[in-house]
Write a protein that binds this ligand. Structure first.
Ligand code: PLP
Length: 848
């Protein structure tokens, strides 16, 4: 960044003051010396990154302590966000941004002769998530802190996050993500708060029928805390991640038998619980270790929550008997999908077996405490654990689940006497399947055990009530809600696109940063030629930067004047990357058929990981790379069409790519994408969307107007009608010669002449199954892409549309989403606390 740019970016980066710059330099040098034990002669770039991280972290400490002190003293209702995933990405830049110290740190490092952007690139992503669901949890933490909500994220500290994706010979290859190898400067281990978690064993009943879970295996949960700063409000909340530790007298039997070494080595087996994130997005794989992870999170977290409830000033006053009636007035627990839903029977178990409450009382408290967010309608993603697995691993919980189910089905039977089919459909316990396996339906358990159930976009919530959970919505009127997802504008505009953020602030002030609806103030600027020029210039600068990145990383030359057509998200059939690939092949065939025809040059970028066991998704990656190989090396094509696979797409790469996109691909089959959040990131950064009326695309189109988005394809009703009459892809292939040709090329090995058979499966799938109706939407998609190219040639029109996208994106801030959760589910008011800045002298801790 030039000096002029650095000075200009005031609102984003803050203002550097001489005294503060001197303090940062002093602190940095002190950390390099005392923490890294290095001097400038031998320090590596990673040492500098670590010294910088420590320096920035110091500025969180007093705020963190004071925020937690405030919560302790005022004892407000607390929110616990339970999630198996927190896809945090990098922390350094975000911390400097939220603390308003970027300009100061820039200047200090500049004076020290160091390049801050280079150091920022050294940080490993915290990749503790798969995609949208995990990133949502991370955006929620940012908004909860910014809104001053007394909130805690609870999750698992996976030693290995989402795998590193390599593309080798066009195929995806996975490598372990050893993100903690060099240490994590943002976490603080809290061994003093370690808690036991039990597994296996059996249930004993005493003479009064009181249950006792005995002969269990114990694993310890070690908490690691990460600070979560709000935006310039001095609030710092906590993300607490649990790590599995074997108990110290582990395998005493072996010690006594003398096999000491074996006993020590067996500790690894126990500690495997938090070794690795399961890399599946939107699909249920019923592995025992995964259920262990889920229970490990819930058991440790609920002990922590109850300990905090009891030790609150409120609890201390009531020393004689803790009154659990007030528990739901002090505690709200939100379940990020059913992944932590075993927490419902766990809370009930603790209230009955440990605290001595009756089942009815415990159940009532649980329902008032829990909220459940559903994230998908795809049947293969719904968690249904085999009863046999639960019986073995968590026998007491299985008993409680049966008890919940009996009480629930009694109530259903009372409301619908004689309707046995309804009872069967609604039961938490599913009858034996073809494999003779009875299963627990965790979504049903979550609905019954929560007071609020929500979908994540209006269309999705509507479909839940009308289809998947129809019976439940009829039974529990008022329990079902919608909470449309969002993204944090701090990371997804200020941090990733500072030039655009500053342009916006120059015109409408800085209020938008914490009140994104203010972006509507930009609308009148659609006749301001100077503003539109600036918008265009910023987009072009971002595109030039990405072209350089692609050259450096993948050695492909892309033209920054071409249309950047971007399809980045997890690789899944329902997201229809294959439809995009068919379009590319169509464009290629058209260029080859008429090389002299004028066409709008495009660079199509894909990025995204496939679950390692997902055969079809991996085939699609190979197809895209095979097509890229042909297209990019055909001299007839030249600069008219380029295809790039962005290897190892992740949060830090999303931050680079999003601001440079012209066109955002959001083309899932209508009714399959619950919300999407990638769509919102692109809209906020001035890309236009080509999309179906699916998920939050529907609400995006409403906000910006249909004239500012390229909507194509079937709607949910059309999909339902087509499926009802029986879908046959052949009908669509038969009447579209271009589609027939494309599928024929895939099938015959046109793009892989050395291995002509590799896409047989894929072609057959398209021709004879095509579950996600790619062939049915092909024609509409290709036509709409032609419209996209036409509009792109009219630069004025395009940039105006981009402006209307940005100006209409206010609804999609997680600040809005979280405010709705707070008032409509958690029963708390956002923005209720005020904290002042601590004194920050040169190094000495302030009096707390
Ligand atoms: C936002 C985000 C996602 C979610 O993208 P969708 O298009 O909504 O599926 C996935 N991965 C990463 C790295 C993201 O930042």
């Amino acid at each position: 960044m030039s000096d002029a740019d650095r000075r200009k970016q005031i609102s984003v980066r803050g203002i550097a003051q001489v005294e503060n710059v001197a303090n940062i330099k002093k602190s940095f040098n002190r950390h390099l010396h005392f923490s890294l034990i290095k001097d400038r002669n031998v320090a590596t770039p990673r040492d500098y990154y670590m010294a910088l991280a420590d320096t920035v972290r110091d500025h969180l400490v007093s705020r963190w302590i004071r925020t937690q002190q405030y919560y302790y003293e005022h004892d407000p209702k607390r929110v616990y966000y339970l999630s198996l995933e927190f896809y945090m990405g990098r922390t350094l830049t975000n911390t400097m941004l939220n603390l308003g110290m970027q300009a100061t740190v820039d200047e200090a490092l500049y004076q020290l002769g160091l390049n801050i952007e280079e150091l920022e690139e050294i940080e490993e992503d915290a990749g503790l998530g798969n995609g949208g669901l995990g990133r949502l949890a991370a955006c929620f933490l940012d908004s909860m802190a910014t809104l001053g909500i007394p909130a805690y994220g609870y999750g698992l500290r996976y030693e290995y996050g989402i795998f590193k994706q390599l593309i080798r010979d066009g195929w995806q290859v996975e490598e372990p993500d050893d993100w903690l190898r060099f240490g994590n400067p943002w976490e603080k281990a809290r061994p003093e708060y370690m808690l036991p978690v039990n597994f296996y064993g059996r249930v004993e009943k005493d003479s009064e029928g009181k249950a006792k879970w005995v002969d269990t295996h114990v694993v310890f949960a070690m908490p690691y805390d990460t600070p979560v700063p709000g935006f310039r409000n001095n609030v710092v909340n906590t993300l607490r991640l649990w790590s599995a530790k074997a108990e110290n007298h582990f395998h005493l039997k072996f010690f006594n038998d003398g096999d000491y070494v074996q006993a020590v080595m067996d500790r690894n087996l126990t500690e495997n619980i938090t070794r690795v994130l399961y890399p599946n997005d939107n699909v249920f794989v019923g592995k025992e270790l995964r259920l262990k992870q889920q229970y490990f999170l819930c058991a440790a977290t609920l002990q922590d929550i109850i300990r905090r409830f009891k030790s609150s000033k409120y609890g201390v006053r009531e020393i004689v008997r803790i009154d659990f009636d007030t528990f739901p007035e002090k505690v709200a627990i939100q379940l990020n999908d059913t992944h932590p839903s075993i927490g419902i029977p766990e809370l009930i178990r603790l209230l009955i077996d440990v605290e001595g409450l009756t089942f009815d009382k415990a159940f009532d408290i649980a329902v008032k405490t829990f909220g459940y967010t559903n994230h998908t309608l795809l049947p293969e993603a719904l968690e249904r654990w085999p009863v046999s697995l639960l019986e073995n691993l968590l026998p007491r919980h299985l008993e409680i689940i049966y008890q919940i189910n009996a009480k629930f089905l009694d109530a259903v039977a009372a409301k619908y006497p004689g309707d046995f089919d309804r009872l069967r459909r609604m039961s938490i316990v599913e009858e034996a399947d073809g494999m003779g396996e009875k299963r627990i339906n965790m979504a049903h358990l979550s609905i019954v055990g929560s007071h609020a159930v929500n979908g994540v976009a209006a269309l999705h919530s509507d479909l839940l009530v009308k289809t998947t959970f129809k019976d439940f919505a009829e039974f529990y009127t008022g329990k079902f809600q919608n909470k449309t997802n969002g993204i944090t504008p701090r990371r997804w505009l200020m941090l990733c696109n500072p030039s655009l953020a500053d342009l916006i602030s120059e015109h409408i002030g800085e209020g938008w940063i914490t009140d994104l609806s203010q972006l509507t103030k930009l609308k009148p600027l659609d006749t301001n030629a100077g503003f539109l020029d600036n918008l265009y210039r910023i987009k072009t600068d971002n595109k030039v930067r990405v072209a350089q990145f692609i050259k450096d990383e993948f050695n492909v030359d892309v033209d920054p004047n071409s249309l950047y057509d971007v399809h980045v998200k997890r690789l899944h059939e329902y997201k229809r990357q294959l439809l995009n690939a068919l379009h590319i092949i169509t464009l290629y065939n058209r260029i080859k058929a008429d090389p002299a025809a004028k066409i709008v040059p495009r660079t199509v970028m894909f990025g995204g990981k496939a679950a390692p066991g997902y055969h079809m998704a991996k085939q699609i990656i190979k197809l895209i790379n095979s097509v890229a190989n042909v297209v990019n090396n055909d001299p007839v094509v030249g600069n008219k069409l380029k295809v790039v696979y962005l290897e190892n797409y992740r949060v830090s790469m999303a931050e680079k790519i999003t601001p440079a996109a012209d066109l955002s691909e959001q083309i899932s089959t209508a009714g399959t994408e619950a919300s999407g959040t990638g769509n919102m990131k692109f809209m906020l950064n001035g890309a236009l969307t080509i999309g179906t009326l699916d998920g939050a695309n529907v609400e995006m189109a409403e906000e910006m107007g249909r004239e500012n988005i390229f909507i194509f394809g079937m709607e949910v009703d059309d999909v339902q009608a087509l499926e009802a009459r029986g879908y046959n892809a052949q009908e669509f292939i038969g009447k579209n010669p271009e589609l027939a040709q494309v599928i024929d090329q895939i099938e015959s090995g046109f793009f892989t002449p050395d291995t002509p058979d590799i896409f047989r499966d894929l072609a057959n799938n398209l021709k004879y199954t095509d579950r996600f109706l790619v062939c049915a939407d092909y024609e509409s998609y290709v036509k709409t892409q032609e419209e996209v190219s036409r509009v792109f040639q009219d630069r004025q029109k395009w940039v105006k549309m981009a402006l209307h996208n940005i100006a209409s994106s206010g609804k999609f801030s997680t600040d809005r989403t979280i405010s709705e959760y707070a008032t409509e589910i958690w029963g708390i008011q956002p923005n209720a606390i005020r904290l002042s800045a601590p004194y920050e002298g040169a190094g000495e801790p302030p009096a707390n």
